[in-house]
Design a protein around this ligand. Sequence first.
Ligand SMILES: Cc1cc2nc3c(=O)[nH]c(=O)nc-3n(C[C@H](O)[C@H](O)[C@H](O)COP(=O)(O)O)c2cc1C
Length: 206
Amino acid sequence: MTETAVDFLSVREAAEQRRSIRAYEPGPIPREELEEILDVVRRAPSAFNVQPWRFLVVESPELKAQLAAAAFNQRQVHSAPAVIVLYTDMEDALANLDAVVHPGMPPEQRESTKATIRRMFSAQPADEREAWGAGQGYIALGYLLLAAEARGYQTSPMSGFDLAKVKEVLGLPANARVPALVAIGHAAEEGFPQHRLPLASLMKVA
Ligand SMILES: Cc1cc2nc3c(=O)[nH]c(=O)nc-3n(C[C@H](O)[C@H](O)[C@H](O)COP(=O)(O)O)c2cc1C
């Protein structure tokens, strides 16, 4: 596919075309292309705009081997040139509320918004708060899968891993959650043709 065609893949085209790929061509992903994809992902919306997602791009072969061991040796972790660890960290998100509350708000409203968000989350058990953050992370996951496909890359999202081991290997904070590991690269296999429920079985209008 030419560079131009990749750039112009529409949301519909990317959604129709994408499938999980578990074998990848070798070769690094240019940093600017990774950044272009993640620059789309960071634009995902989240409740209160807290944006609790963080992206750790694992490229080092040594680290990738350790990550694979923590992910039941799934073959896509071994062969992909990069695995994006999409994790969420509500402690970090709440420590940085100043950066996420809209700068266009009048100062008083900014302060009261921050106080409301802090109050709401501090009343919650930490586990529940982090689970909530992980739920927001899946919004970013959807963006990531589509953005990568639109940019000419294939992906394999994974929730099959040992969370404690992944955190240990990567040195992630104890409170962090990992909505998914995402292998990314150029496909070296076709993958399964897409199979989805028909819209008529999913949609009702009331
Ligand atoms: C959150 C999430 C977790 C997944 N975990 C795994 C996994 O651990 N291993 C795997 O081989 N596929 C995994 N998948 C891929 C799904 O099996 C796949 O998306 C689904 O069967 C539809 O196929 P498609 O992606 O090729 O269209 C996961 C997908 C999602 C969205």
